[in-house]
Design a protein around this ligand. Structure first.
Ligand SMILES: Cc1cc2nc3c(=O)[nH]c(=O)nc-3n(C[C@H](O)[C@H](O)[C@H](O)COP(=O)(O)OP(=O)(O)OC[C@H]3O[C@@H](n4cnc5c(N)ncnc54)[C@H](O)[C@@H]3O)c2cc1C
Length: 327
């Protein structure tokens, strides 16, 4: 039996931990936030909620489709039959496609909760430093507490946070330095009265907003209020990293009133800034397992920018670890 420390409790971290744990290894997951799921996140307020990170996910590979089918049969995810619209300059038109879109129920991270059952999990534990001792890893958190020793450490935090922990001279260092992730402002709201907006979801191409959707129409969501989430474009966000609540509010009201064709009244709202939202990775190959250093990497940004990429990277890494640490 080998021992593994996993930094990050998003889908990638929990998936790789799940595989190793069920193969009989000792695994401990360290997560800086209160709960699991990472960017699969749902903000819950009184009588309403909104997914402010991942909006839905698709399954393009046969492996991931099989896993999603399993999650569906366990009641962790459901198909979201939504017909998106497209907003381009002044035109607002249906944009049907054949994509199957899935969401976690009742919150986006439901499958991460399911997969984490039985795992040793430290929440609110931000790992700040890795230290090598006798060929093993000791982990230090932000309060000066240490954990370990582990045979290998697996970094699944977003790119910048994983790079900050990566030991100098690690195999992946150069490729990580070339990669980037872009930010996204998210603005969630509940309406005081129905908007009458025809579309449940829309992709936008107006330079400011990329996506808006009626979150309350997703399966398994509370329906007391009509709730919406709006995502601002990476470029606009990067240029307005310190945007005030007023500025975001003004842009969102302008958009929703354009779509509704009438004034809207907001009951409650919040903003959330994702500094490391999506990878802008363009084909540089990131080695996931560094056997010499005993450091593994997983996460969407190692292969792409979607939830499926996070899961696939975790499976690839798990296969390599299970083979190298075969009992
Ligand atoms: C606004 C937005 C919209 C998106 N929309 C979609 C979509 O519609 N479809 C889709 O497929 N994908 C979407 N994505 C991408 C999707 O969310 C990610 O691909 C996926 O959630 C990545 O999972 P992960 O486990 O790799 O990383 P994460 O979910 O980011 O998990 C990493 C975890 O590491 C933790 N962490 C970081 N640093 C430390 C540390 N030092 N110590 C301990 N823990 C640490 C973090 O708190 C986090 O929980 C979206 C993302 C965002 C932000």
């Amino acid at each position: 039996m080998a021992s593994f420390a996993v930094v990050g409790g998003g889908l990638a971290g929990i998936s790789v931990a799940h595989r190793l744990h069920h193969a009989g290894h000792h695994v401990v997951v360290f997560e800086k936030s209160r709960g699991q799921g990472g960017r699969l996140s749902t903000r819950r307020l009184a009588d309403w909620q909104v997914d402010h990170g991942t909006q839905y996910f698709t399954a393009r590979s046969a492996e991931f489709q099989a896993e999603v089918n399993r999650w569906q049969s366990l009641g962790w995810v459901q198909l979201w039959s939504v017909e998106p619209w497209m907003l381009h300059r002044e035109t607002f038109t249906p944009s049907p496609d054949n994509q199957q879109r899935f969401v976690g129920v009742p919150t986006m991270n439901a499958m991460v909760h399911g997969l984490s059952e039985g795992l040793e999990f430290y929440s609110e534990c931000r790992i700040d430093r890795l230290e090598k001792q006798q060929q093993k890893w000791r982990l230090w958190d932000g309060h000066g507490e240490h954990y370990g020793l582990f045979d290998a450490v697996i970094l699944t935090a977003p790119l910048a946070q994983s790079l900050a922990l990566l030991p100098a001279g690690a195999k992946a260092e150069a490729s990580l330095r070339q990669a980037t992730m872009t930010p996204t402002w998210a603005f969630g709201l509940a309406l005081a009265e129905p908007s009458g907006i025809k579309a449940d979801a829309l992709f936008a191409n107006d330079g400011i907003v990329t996506w808006a959707c009626r979150d309350s129409c997703k399966p398994g969501r509370p329906s007391h209020y009509e709730s919406w989430i709006v995502h601002f474009s990476p470029k606009w966000t990067a240029n307005h990293l310190d945007a005030s609540e007023d500025l975001l509010h003004q842009q969102v009201v302008h958009l929703l009133e354009r779509l509704a064709g009438k004034p809207i009244r907001i009951h409650e709202y919040f903003k959330h800034r994702w500094l490391h939202a999506r990878s802008s990775k363009q084909g540089n190959v990131i080695p996931l397992w560094d056997v010499d250093n005993g450091v593994g990497l997983a996460g969407d940004w190692t292969v792409g920018s979607r939830l499926e990429d996070a899961w696939l990277s975790a499976q690839t890494l798990a296969e390599q670890l299970l083979s190298d640490f075969a009992q």
